[in-house]
Design a protein around this ligand. Structure first.
Ligand SMILES: *[C@@H]1O[C@H](CO)[C@@H](O)[C@H](O)[C@H]1NC(C)=O
Ligand SMILES: *[C@@H]1O[C@H](CO)[C@@H](O)[C@H](O)[C@H]1NC(C)=O
Ligand SMILES: *[C@@H]1O[C@H](CO)[C@@H](O)[C@H](O)[C@H]1NC(C)=O
Ligand SMILES: *[C@@H]1O[C@H](CO)[C@@H](O)[C@H](O)[C@H]1NC(C)=O
Ligand SMILES: *[C@@H]1O[C@H](CO)[C@@H](O)[C@H](O)[C@H]1NC(C)=O
Ligand SMILES: *[C@@H]1O[C@H](CO)[C@@H](O)[C@H](O)[C@H]1NC(C)=O
Length: 493
C-alpha cells in the first residue's frame, strides 16, 4: 500500500495544481492515482496458512453410534475460513434443486462399483474396523440375513454425491439390536469421497448396552467405490477454467466435502475487497495427508494470473488432488477497457485516447467535447493500462459525459446481477474533485448517484435485475471534477 507520507505529498501536489492550472487528461496530467494503488503485494495464495490449518481441522467421521439410519444428508459445512476454525453450514438455497450430484466425484448413473478393500473377521475373536474418513453423508442398515452388498450399493446410488460405501457389522449396539425397526446390525455407511483401508480406524469399543454390558466391536468391514467418476456440473454464472493458477488470493475456506456449488456460493457472497473488489474466481481441491483425504479447500481470488505465478502447493505431507478452477462469467465485454490499444509503440509509456471503440462508447451532450472517453495510459488505470474517463478530456467544458458498453448486455431476463466497478476521482486534486459525482443508469433509470468527492480507486457494488439486452451507462465527471472508471463487471448473483 501507500504510506501516509506519500499520500500527503500527492495531496499537496494536487492542491497546488488546482490553484494553478489543471493539466487536462488529454495532455497527460498527473496520474489518476498513485502509480501502485492496486498493490497486491503480500496477497498471493497463502499456501503455508492453508497447510497449517489443514493440520488442525478434523473432518473425519464414522457413523455415530447412536444415530438412527437413513437420516437426510446434512448441508455442506464450512470448517475454516481464512485460517480460523469455524462451524457453519452453507445455505442450500438454490442448490438442492440441482438435478445432479455436487460431489467432485460425481458418478455416472450406473451401479458400477469396485471393491477397494475386503473385510476380515468372522470368528468369535476376530476384529475389524470401520472407516473414519472425510465427507460422511449418512448410513442405512441392510438385511443381515446375507452380506447384502447390492442393497448397500443401491442405497449409495440413491444418495446425492455418494461415491463410496463402507459395509460392516457392528455388534453390541443396543439400538440396532432392539430399538431401530430394521433389526439388523449390518451398517452401510455412505461417503462423498473414496476411502482406503488405511482409514479403517474405528474399532468400536463403545458402551451401547447398559454397563457392564459388552462393548461394541466391528467385523467384516468392506469398502466399495464408484468405478466411473465424472466432473461435477459447473455452477450457474461460472465457467470452468483449464488453468487454475490465479495469483491474487482473497482468502480460503475449508469444506467438509468437495462441493463446487457451496464454494461458488461463498465466492458470490464474499463482499468487495477495497483493493481487489469481488471474488472473481475460485479453485477447489482436495488435500490428501499421508494418503488420506483430509479436507476440501475453496480458494478465492480477484485477479487472473499467468502461468508464471503458479503457486507451489504440496507442503510436506499435504498433497493437492482433484484441483478444479471456475471463474465468474462477466457479462460486460471488456470491462477493463483493455481492448483499446495504442497501435505502434512509440517512446515510453503508450498514450492514446478515443471517444469510442468496439466495446465501449463515450458520448457528450450537445455542445460538449470529449466528455466521456477511453484512455490507454497505464498511470491512469486501476489495472492493466486502459481506463474510462468521465469529464471533458481537454478540459474545455463542464458537461457530464456518458460512458456505456457499445452493445446491450447479454443478460437473462429476471435474473439478479451484481454490478461492480472501480472509480477514482483524484486527478484534479482535493478542491477541484470535491463535487465529483457519477450516476449509474440501468435501462434509462438512475439507480444510484454516487457523490464520490476526492477519492482514490474505490470499488462499488450494486444489485440490478435484468430485463434482457440491458443498457448500462455511467454519467458524470463535470470537468475538472474528473471521474475515472475501470474494471466494470456484471456477475450473476
Ligand atoms: C512486498 O512486501 C514485503 C513486506 O511487506 C516487502 O519486503 C517487499 O519488498 C515487497 N515487494 C514488492 C515487490 O513491493
Ligand atoms: C457444529 O455445529 C453443530 C450444530 O450447532 C453441532 O451439532 C456440531 O457438534 C458442531 N461441530 C463442531 C465440530 O463443533
Ligand atoms: C438412473 O438409471 C435408472 C435405471 O436405469 C433410472 O431409473 C433413473 O431415472 C436414472 N437416473 C437419472 C438421474 O438419470
Ligand atoms: C442381525 O442383526 C440383529 C439385530 O442387530 C441381531 O440380533 C442378529 O443377531 C443379527 N444376525 C446375525 C446373523 O448377525
Ligand atoms: C491404499 O492403501 C495402501 C496401503 O494400505 C496404499 O499402498 C495405497 O497406495 C493406498 N491407495 C490409495 C489410492 O491411496
Ligand atoms: C452532472 O451530473 C450531476 C449528477 O447528476 C448533476 O448534479 C450535475 O448538475 C451535472 N452537471 C452538469 C454540468 O450537467
Amino acid at each position: 500500500m501507500f504510506s501516509p507520507t506519500r499520500l500527503l505529498i500527492f495531496a499537496g501536489l494536487a492542491v497546488s495544481l488546482t490553484e494553478g492550472t489543471i493539466v487536462a487528461p488529454a495532455f497527460k496530467g498527473v496520474p489518476a492515482t498513485i502509480a501502485d494503488a492496486a498493490d497486491f503485494n503480500g496477497s498471493t495464495t497463502d499456501a503455508s496458512a492453508i497447510a497449517a490449518t489443514a493440520q488442525q481441522v478434523d473432518q473425519k467421521t464414522t457413523v455415530p453410534i447412536d444415530a438412527p439410519p437413513n437420516q437426510p444428508v446434512a448441508d455442506t459445512t464450512v470448517t475454516a475460513i481464512d485460517g480460523n476454525l469455524v462451524n457453519a453450514t452453507v445455505s442450500s438455497t438454490g442448490r438442492r434443486g440441482l438435478a445432479e450430484a455436487s460431489s467432485h466425484l460425481s458418478r455416472r448413473n450406473n451401479s458400477n462399483y469396485e471393491l477397494v478393500f475386503w473385510g476380515t473377521g468372522t470368528g468369535p475373536n476376530d476384529r475389524d474396523a470401520s472407516i473414519e474418513g472425510t465427507a460422511y453423508l449418512t448410513y442405512t442398515v441392510v438385511s443381515n440375513a446375507t452380506y447384502a452388498i447390492d442393497d448397500c450399493l443401491a442405497k449409495c446410488d440413491s444418495v446425492d454425491g455418494c461415491v463410496f460405501a463402507n459395509l460392516f457389522y457392528e455388534y453390541n449396539n443396543e439400538l440396532l439390536d432392539f430399538v431401530f425397526g430394521e433389526k439388523s446390525n449390518l451398517k452401510c455407511a455412505l461417503y462423498a469421497d473414496v476411502h482406503n483401508a488405511t482409514e479403517k480406524t474405528n474399532f468400536g469399543g463403545q458402551q451401547s448396552y447398559p454397563s457392564p454390558g459388552p462393548l461394541t466391536y466391528i467385523q467384516q468391514s468392506s469398502g466399495w467405490a464408484a468405478k466411473s467418476l465424472v466432473d461435477p456440473p459447473t455452477p450457474p454464472g461460472y465457467q470452468k477454467r483449464s488453468s487454475d493458477t490465479y495469483s491474487v488470493n482473497q482468502g480460503f475456506a475449508f469444506l467438509d466435502r468437495y462441493d463446487v456449488d457451496a464454494c461458488a456460493q461463498i465466492c458470490n457472497q464474499r463482499g468487495a475487497d477495497p483493493v481487489g473488489g469481488a471474488c472473481e474466481y475460485f479453485n477447489i481441491w482436495r488435500a490428501v495427508v499421508n494418503g488420506a483425504p483430509t479436507t476440501y479447500t475453496c480458494s478465492m481470488y480477484w485477479i487472473p494470473a499467468d502461468e508464471s505465478t503458479a503457486v507451489n502447493f504440496g507442503q510436506g505431507s499435504l498433497v493437492v488432488t482433484e484441483s478444479r478452477g471456475y471463474s465468474r462469467k462477466n457479462v460486460v465485454v471488456d470491462g477493463g477497457f483493455e481492448g483499446y490499444t495504442c497501435g505502434s509503440a512509440g517512446e515510453g509509456i503508450p498514450f492514446c485516447f478515443t471517444q469510442g471503440y468496439t466495446n465501449w462508447q463515450g458520448t457528450s451532450p450537445a455542445g460538449g467535447n470529449f466528455d466521456a472517453s477511453i484512455f490507454n495510459y497505464q498511470p491512469y488505470a486501476h489495472t492493466g493500462s486502459a481506463v474510462g474517463l468521465l469529464g471533458s478530456a481537454f478540459g474545455t467544458d463542464q458537461l457530464n459525459g456518458t460512458l456505456a458498453p457499445a452493445q446491450p448486455l447479454a443478460t437473462q431476463a429476471g435474473q439478479s446481477y451484481t454490478l461492480q466497478f472501480f472509480h477514482s476521482s483524484f486527478y484534479a486534486g482535493q478542491q477541484a474533485e470535491a463535487p465529483a459525482a457519477v450516476r449509474v443508469v440501468w435501462n434509462g433509470q438512475t439507480i444510484t448517484t454516487l457523490n464520490v468527492g476526492f477519492a482514490q480507486w474505490t470499488p462499488h457494488q450494486l444489485t440490478v435485475t435484468a430485463q434482457g439486452n440491458d443498457k448500462l451507462q455511467f454519467v458524470g465527471g463535470s470537468s475538472p471534477a474528473y471521474v475515472f472508471i475501470d474494471d466494470v463487471a456484471l456477475y450473476q448473483s
